[in-house]
Ligand binder design. Structure first.
Ligand code: SF4
Length: 327
């Protein structure tokens, strides 16, 4: 670990000013950042502790949505009564990730910013365009069983690791940001970036900007939602595949649908084409399979991960059947 300057910010403006003046990083729970610093993958000259900021609230909004402060701990969010009742997909997704100890420390904003778990990214003996732009990608010709099949490029095939983000993508969350120049909001779909030719640039956030909260807009059928995660072991494991779904079924027909996939994409992967294929169709296994085929239509397998394509389809079909049972 390289030496760094540590400061503690007591309000948003102070944090933002400090972030814009140096090669700085915010730290809250530190559940990913400290690992990266110990491995010399992240080497900030200044670490800004933002744990004193007033960003800990979960508030129901008059428009029916919910506002989640960036420093709300993953455990507090997952076990909040409103989240459990109105947004079960979000609670289930968070509880499917990491361990209780990590969820007690990890924050909503930090979860949005967490970096890939591609093993070559963490091993500095290997080439990695995300860690060192232009060095190559060891995963493309290496062991890539855990890597992505959607949204990849010839520079990077790393999956996005978050479960929470998959649920937020399905729910159409909006990320609120404060910077030197004021505030702005980014739709969830536009926050994380595809790797393209610059896999080291992972999100749509500037150096001097701070995530303040995440808004989940009102969705009448968010209470009929489910997160299904398939992984190599029952806990403390990243997804091979996952699906976050919400389904509105009336009289055997689908009136509304939301679908996002995890474990297969280079970012949390909402698939609007598959959602549209469901709307107006009968709620049955054939319809769900057709939507799953559409969701994975653009998938490109690599040497060790072709199995993910069929597994993701089955994961999605099963998640949709479960959500149908909630209608
Ligand atoms: Fe690095 Fe991405 Fe290649 Fe993994 S897949 S080695 S993160 S460039």
């Amino acid at each position: 670990m390289q030496p760094f300057r540590y400061i503690r910010a007591h309000d948003n403006q102070a944090a933002i000013r400090a972030a814009g003046t140096n090669e700085a990083k915010f730290i809250a729970g530190g559940t990913n950042m400290l690992d990266l610093m110990k491995l010399n993958i992240e080497n900030p000259k200044q670490v800004i502790d933002i744990n004193k900021l007033s960003l800990y609230k979960i508030e129901e909004l008059e428009n029916g949505g919910i506002r989640i402060g960036a420093l709300v701990k993953n455990s507090d969010l997952a076990y909040h009564p409103t989240i459990i009742k109105k947004y079960p997909v979000l609670s289930e997704a968070i509880l499917a990730g990491a361990s209780p100890q990590l969820r007690n420390m990890a924050t909503t904003g930090g979860n949005l910013m967490q970096r890939t778990r591609c093993p070559y990214f963490y091993d500095t003996d290997f080439a990695c365009n995300k860690r060192m732009p232009g060095s190559g990608c060891a995963a493309i010709s290496g062991f890539n069983r855990m890597n992505a099949v959607l949204g990849t490029s010839d520079k990077c095939i790393a999956t996005h690791p978050s479960d929470m983000c998959v649920a937020m993508a399905a729910l159409g969350a909006i990320i609120h940001i404060q910077g030197i120049k004021g505030t702005r909001a980014i739709s969830f779909a536009d926050f994380h970036l595809l790797p393209g030719q610059t896999p080291n640039i992972e999100h749509n956030l500037h150096q001097d900007e701070l995530i303040t909260h995440v808004e989940i807009p009102a969705l009448s059928f968010a209470n009929k939602s489910h997160y299904l995660k398939v992984r190599d072991r029952a806990s403390y494991e990243f997804a091979l595949t996952s699906a976050a779904v919400a389904l509105d079924v009336e009289g055997g027909k689908i009136k509304g649908a939301r679908i996002a996939l995890g474990g297969v994409g280079t970012k949390p992967w909402r698939t609007i084409a598959a959602e549209q294929a469901l709307i107006g169709a009968p709620a049955n296994a054939q319809t769900y399979r057709k939507a799953a085929d559409i969701a994975l239509a653009g998938a490109k397998p690599f040497k060790d991960n072709a199995f993910k394509i069929e597994l993701a389809k089955r994961t999605l079909v099963r998640a949709l059947k479960t959500a149908e049972g909630m209608s």
